[in-house]
Design a protein around this ligand. Structure first.
Ligand SMILES: [Zn+2]
Length: 426
């Protein structure tokens, strides 16, 4: 239509212009029109190896982006069709990573996670690790969620989703966060319904009392809103078996490989994976890594992994005290699992499509045409690396992942080596 209207414009000019001028003008317009059509994409990532579990892709493909969305995925897309082209030869192009266990309700309050300094600002840590979506693990509850939204969620480029804490003010420190009278199912349900695009589940946190009420109220809020329960609790009064029995298929337990006195570990004294743990996984309970500062022990993770307890997701438990210890970043946790024995492809799937499914957000974690262009371009480096656990042990590994480029909604938000920049010419 554009070219036809431009031709008509040319014809209208016929009476007023010389023939040669007209030919020049029409030639220019034709060229201009074809170049507009040719550059239909804003960004093209060429020659990368795409891994997209939802679409069963594990091969070299080109990925084109337009209007913040994935516009085309094909074996060969001509770079003339894009305003900008990035050569991802030798790199892996995967959906933006999803970290389902973080604490990002950062604020100025001392000594707490909710609106406090124990949480971290997401954009400061996500993109450099290929992460485009984080789920905050119940740092807020229904009462202070609006503050969290206004203060952090709405101000961040990282997509922030949340598990809502069953306690009204979330992780506001002891003894408050164990106050049963402030765990109201109806208020939590209304909060979830009000922010249903952001809140993906309900969280039960640490509780030292001799009472199932917090757990049961969180579960009820999850049932009423058809959302998973995220169990980040140490219930020292109850066995792990009893907790797992109460969980439904699709509910998520985190800190899967911890070995601390407040919770029974998944490996018994004979180094065997407890049968009820595998039974829970078979039932459909999802096991998140939840690395954190103290939540990941090789003494648990290595035997558990090799006896069949493969984590469903690599929640990092990102917060002020975990990022500089053994956890470091999502990519470090993923690399650690490669050192333990997980295949590279599985590691990618467990950081993209699997977590999207576990939070019931099938719009994320894939590169389907039309989906939001959240993309991580990763480099797999060979060398000598060390991975550390909460007990101070080091596991040596020979491969490590690094984020070369991170794209959030079609926009480049991290570019480690300037792949998208123009080469310097003095
Ligand atoms: Zn946590």
């Amino acid at each position: 239509m554009i070219s036809i209207s431009k031709y008509f414009y040319c014809i209208k000019l016929t009476g007023r212009m010389s023939c040669s001028l007209l030919i020049i003008l029409c030639t220019f317009l034709l060229f201009n029109t074809s170049s507009v059509c040719a550059q239909q994409y804003e960004l093209l990532i060429k020659n990368g190896h795409v891994i997209d579990a939802k679409n069963h892709i594990d091969t070299k493909m080109d990925v084109a982006i337009r209007d913040g969305k994935v516009a085309e995925v094909a074996k060969e897309i001509d770079s003339a069709q894009s305003k900008k082209t990035i050569d991802a030869r030798g790199l892996y192009v995967v959906p933006g990573l999803i970290d389902i266990h973080t604490h990002v309700f950062v604020g100025s309050k001392p000594d707490v996670f909710a609106d406090g300094i124990y949480s971290v600002s997401p954009d400061d840590f996500t993109f450099r690790s290929g992460v485009t979506t984080v789920v905050d693990a119940g740092t807020s509850g229904w009462r202070n969620f609006p503050v969290f939204k206004e203060q952090v969620i709405d101000k961040s480029q990282t997509r922030i989703l949340a598990f809502l804490n069953i306690v009204a003010d979330g992780m506001n420190g002891k003894p408050y966060q164990e106050n049963i009278s402030d765990m109201n199912v109806d208020s939590a349900v209304s909060g979830i319904e009000k922010y249903k695009d952001i809140i993906v589940g309900v969280k039960i946190g640490h509780y030292e009392g001799n009472d199932w009420t917090p757990f049961e109220r969180a579960l009820k809020a999850g049932e009423e809103t058809n959302r998973p329960l995220f169990v980040e609790c140490h219930l020292p009064q109850f066995t792990l078996e009893a907790q797992l029995k109460k969980m439904r298929p699709g509910d998520i337990i985190t800190h899967s490989y911890e070995e601390i006195s407040e919770r029974m570990p998944v490996i018994d004294d004979q180094k065997r994976l407890r049968p009820f743990v595998i039974a829970a996984q078979k039932k459909g309970v999802l096991f998140d890594v939840g690395h954190g500062g103290a939540g990941f022990w090789f003494s648990q993770a290595i035997p558990a992994f090799h006896q069949g307890l493969v984590p469903n997701s690599f929640g990092t438990d990102l917060h002020r005290f975990s990022m500089n210890a053994g956890m470091k970043s999502m990519l470090n946790v993923m690399s650690k699992f490669m050192a333990i024995g997980m295949s590279f492809k599985d590691v990618i799937i467990h950081a993209t499509w699997n977590p999207a499914l576990s939070i019931k957000r099938e719009d994320l974690g894939n590169l389907s045409v039309g989906s939001v262009a959240d993309i991580s371009v990763l480099k797999l480096i060979n060398g000598k690396f060390g991975f550390v656990d909460a007990a101070g042990y080091r596991l040596d590994g020979s491969q490590k992942l690094e984020a070369e480029l991170t794209i959030r909604a079609g926009k480049i938000v991290w570019d480690l080596n300037g792949l998208s920049a123009k080469p310097w010419k003095p």
